[in-house]
Structure formats: structure tokens, C-alpha cells
Design a protein around this ligand. Structure first.
Ligand SMILES: NC(=O)c1ccc[n+]([C@@H]2O[C@H](COP(=O)([O-])OP(=O)(O)OC[C@H]3O[C@@H](n4cnc5c(N)ncnc54)[C@H](OP(=O)(O)O)[C@@H]3O)[C@@H](O)[C@H]2O)c1
Length: 302
């Protein structure tokens, strides 16, 4: 099916999960060239061209990105170099090589003011440099006109990497009360669920299908709901493992507003995204966010 696959950003959450899935797949494991930032720096345009010409892949998967949402406001050139220029060059080189491209984008391309879940037909209206740079990357790929898939995901977390799950578990062992924002809703999406979905999509990818798709765990919650679920599920699983005891119980997690937790970048209030198109075109349905959380927690000590 594929002869050579090039995977970027393998020290990131999604890149790492994809690398692990590929390594455990007998058919795919020998076909993948996995590159971290030290092996392919996406700000180095010549390096991107050189590496793609040397590897000569028939599929490029690009989960690498500049993801520091607040910092991007003071580093717009770097954010655009990684999130917009690099995807354009990846797409141009992929087109020359006759390769397909799988790229990832974000709920931050939306303003979050819609009532109800976003569909891929809704107009993007990013509020931040990060969101604008990711949208510019999407547009650049679409303008090259190659066989591509762009997956917009949200609230990514996992047993590997720096993320909300890890932060809540750390704070819950250090403090006896937590305050978490309750007026932003979305779908926490595990890196494991994304990797699993991408591998399934690769199997079902017909040549005539291309475009932009939402790819998030099903259901929705707030950051406060997610934090509460993390503490509940961790506490349930922890009794059968030798895991550190948390100081907080779910009742110690207090709901606050975004105004009470100001950040340099205003987050979308509504990040919910409808995945009907992904299910229709690829028969891929991601699990409910809470089930995915349990799976991710169970892999914490692996
Ligand atoms: N995290 C989220 O909540 C979230 C939400 C929605 C969408 N997304 C999108 O989903 C995709 C995967 O995100 P993720 O959570 O896996 O991100 P992540 O954990 O922050 O990983 C990003 C990876 O990109 C690499 N990278 C950054 N600058 C680079 C450069 N100049 N050259 C090469 N590599 C570079 C980083 O390298 P180092 O490890 O060396 O720093 C890191 O390994 C991205 O497209 C992101 O925009 C993420």
C-alpha cells in the first residue's frame, strides 16, 4: 500500500503516538522514517527539501508544529515559519515526489462563538497568532493542490508529553484545592485515539478523497469537567496500582470562569467539532473522550 513514509515531530504527543503505532505494526514498521527536530528542523527550508528528496516518501505525515499558544503572540515569525511556511514546502516537495500528505490543525482556527458544534464548512476566524499561523498552513497546503488530508483536532493530551492530564495529576498531588475553567467546552482528545484513527484512515484512503476533516474524541466537556474526570478515573484505577495518592477529591476542584484565569491569548469558548465527515468518508469514529481518558490513564506506567 505504502512504500516509504516520512513522519516528523516524533518527540511531540501525536508524533510519538504515531511512531509507537507504526513500530507495533508488522506491515508498516520497516517503512517509516521517523524524524525529530534535531534531524529535521522545519525552520530550515533547504533541509526540508533535502530530506524529502533523499527519503523519497510516498506519504508524509506532519504532526510537528509550533504549539506554544501564548508565546506565539511574541514570536509570530517563528510560529509562521513552522506552522505555515514549512507545511507549504512539505506540500510542494510531496507534490514533486508524487507523495500524499497528512497534516494536523486545530480548533483554534475557529473563534469559538458558534452555538453548537463546528462543521468543516464553518468559516474559520482565528483569534490568535497560533490559530492564524495554523490556518495559513492549511491554506498553503490546499493551494499546492496535492493529495492531502488535514485533521483538525483539539485539547490533545496523553501519557507522553506535557499536557493538561499531566498538569492536573501533578497539581492534585501538590495542592488540596484546584480551580479550573468551566466556561470553555470542547473534546479532550488522546494522542492514542488520534494515532489509531490516522492508521485506520490510511487503510481506507481512496485516491479521490482529499480535504479537511475534524478528528476529535466524541462527546464534550469543559476543562473543569475534564479535570474532575481525571481525578475520578485516576483514583479508581490507582487503588489497584502503586500510584501516588492524590490530595484532592473531585469536590475540591472548583469551577471558575475564563475571566478568573486570564491568559495572554483568549481561548475559543466553544471548541466542539462535528466529526460526521470523517465517519462518512473513512468509517472512522473516535471513542468517547472519557473512555479514551481511561485507556490513556491505564497506560501511564507502561
Ligand atoms: N496540543 C494540543 O492541544 C493540540 C490541539 C489542537 C491541535 N493540535 C495540533 O496537533 C498537532 C500535534 O500536536 P502535539 O500536541 O503533538 O504537539 P506537541 O506535543 O507540542 O509536539 C510538537 C512537536 O513539534 C516539534 N517542533 C516544534 N518546532 C519544530 C521545528 N522547528 N522543527 C521540527 N519540529 C518542531 C516539537 O519538537 P520538540 O519536541 O523538539 O520541541 C514537538 O516534538 C499539531 O499540528 C498541533 O498544532 C494540538
Amino acid at each position: 500500500m505504502y512504500k516509504k513514509i516520512l513522519l516528523t515531530g516524533v518527540n511531540g504527543q501525536v508524533g510519538h503516538a504515531l511512531q509507537r503505532f507504526f513500530a507495533s505494526d508488522a506491515l508498516l514498521s520497516g517503512l517509516v522514517t521517523c524524524l525529530d527536530r534535531s534531524q529535521l528542523d522545519l525552520t530550515d527550508q533547504d533541509a526540508i527539501r533535502r530530506v524529502i528528496q533523499a527519503v523519497n516518501p510516498d506519504l508524509i505525515i506532519n504532526p510537528a508544529a509550533y504549539t506554544a499558544v501564548d508565546k506565539a503572540e511574541s514570536e509570530p515569525e517563528l510560529a509562521y515559519a513552522v506552522n505555515a511556511t514549512a507545511p507549504r514546502i512539505l506540500a510542494e516537495e510531496a507534490a514533486k515526489a508524487g507523495a500524499k500528505l497528512i497534516h494536523f490543525s486545530t480548533d483554534y482556527v475557529y473563534s469559538g462563538t458558534k452555538v453548537g458544534a463546528y462543521t468543516e464548512d464553518d468559516a474559520p476566524q482565528p483569534l490568535s497568532v497560533y490559530g492564524k499561523s495554523k490556518l495559513a498552513g492549511e491554506d498553503a497546503i490546499r493551494s499546492v493542490g496535492l493529495q492531502h488530508l488535514i485533521f483538525r483536532t483539539s485539547w490533545v493530551y496523553g501519557a507522553y508529553g506535557k499536557n493538561f492530564l499531566k498538569t492536573i495529576l501533578r497539581l492534585a498531588t501538590e495542592r488540596d484545592q484546584l480551580r479550573v475553567v468551566a466556561d470553555q467546552i470542547g473534546a479532550p482528545t488522546s494522542s492514542h485515539s488520534i494515532a489509531d484513527a490516522v492508521l485506520n484512515v490510511m487503510v481506507h484512503w481512496q485516491n479521490e478523497v482529499a480535504g479537511t476533516y475534524h478528528m476529535v474524541n466524541s462527546g464534550q466537556t469543559s476543562w473543569h469537567g475534564f479535570a474532575t474526570a481525571i481525578v475520578e478515573e485516576y483514583t479508581r484505577i490507582q487503588s489497584s496500582r502503586r500510584w501516588p495518592q492524590l490530595k484532592v477529591v473531585p469536590e475540591d476542584i472548583h469551577a471558575i470562569t475564563s475571566e478568573e484565569f486570564p491568559t495572554p491569548v483568549v481561548r475559543p469558548a466553544n471548541s466542539t467539532m462535528d466529526c460526521t465527515k470523517l465517519a462518512r468518508d473513512f468509517s472512522v469514529n473516535l471513542p468517547n473522550w472519557r473512555d479514551a481518558l481511561i485507556t490513556e490513564l491505564q497506560s501511564l506506567d507502561k
